[in-house]
Design a protein around this ligand. Sequence first.
Ligand code: PHE
Ligand code: FE
Length: 274
Amino acid sequence: MTPAPPADAAADWTIAQNWPAYTADEHARWDMLFARQASQLRDRAHPAFLDGLDLLHLSKPGIPNFDELSERLHAATGWQVVAVPGLVPDAVFYHHLSQRRFVAGNFIRTADQIDYLEAPDIFHDVFGHVPLLADPVFADYMQAYGAGGLRSLEFAALHRLARLYWYTVEFGLIRTNGDLRLYGAGIVSSHTESVYALDATVPLRLRFDLARVMRSPYRIDSFQAQYFVIDSFEQLLRTTLDTDFAPLYASLADAPDVPIGTLLPGEAAQFNAA
Ligand code: PHE
Ligand code: FE
C-alpha cells in the first residue's frame, strides 16, 4: 500500500520548489558545483549529456528554477521537472516517470557535504539527471522505465528493476566512437567518481546484458566495483522496450545473484584495459 503524502505535499507528492527562498550562499554553492563538474566532464561525459546542459541553459548562474527549466525541457522532449520532499514511494516515482515528469529534491547539500552525501539533493537530481532527458531516445527510455516499474510491482520484481535503474540511469557507461564515456547521473554528479569510473583499473566494466544486470546487487555507500557498458541509447531503449519482462522475471526466480565484483564462468570484463 502506498503511504499518504506529507501534509504540505499534493496528492501526487509534489511540493512547490519555492525558488525565491534560496539564499545567496545556496546559489553560490550550485555555481561552484556546476563550474567544477562541467569542466571535468567535457571529455568524459557522453556528448548528449553535454548538449543537454547547453540546450537547457543549465550554466545560467544560480540554482535552476524548475518552471523555467521545465519550459525548455518540455519544448525539447515533453518532460518536466517537479519538486518532491526527498524520496517518494516507488509507485509514486514510477507513475511520475511514466507521465514524463522527473521528480527532484528542492534542497541543496550543505557546505560540509560538498563531495559526499547520502540522499540525493538538487545538484544530483538536476545536474545529474535532467540533461539527458533532453535527448529524445533517453527521454523515451525513462518514460518506458517508469511504465515498466509500475508493471514490475505486479510481479514483486521491484528489485530487478531497481538494479536496471542503478546500472543504467545512475551508474551507466556508454561506448561512443570507440571511447568509454559517462552517462549515469550518480557518476556525472560526483566529482571523484567521474574520474574513477573511467580511469581506475579496479572496477569491472562489463557489456550490458539485461538478465545479468537483474542478477547483480549493488552498493550505495562507496564507488562501484562494477559498471555495465551500453553501445548506444537506442540499444538500451530497444532491448528494454522490446523485451517482455514477465517471462524474464520468471526465469530469474531460480538464478542466484552474482556477487558484486565477480565474473560468471566464461564472462570477460570486456572494457577493462588489457
Ligand atoms: N519491457 C518492460 C516490461 O515488459 C518494460 C520496460 C521498458 C522496463 C523499458 C524498463 C525499460 O515490463
Ligand atoms: Fe539519482
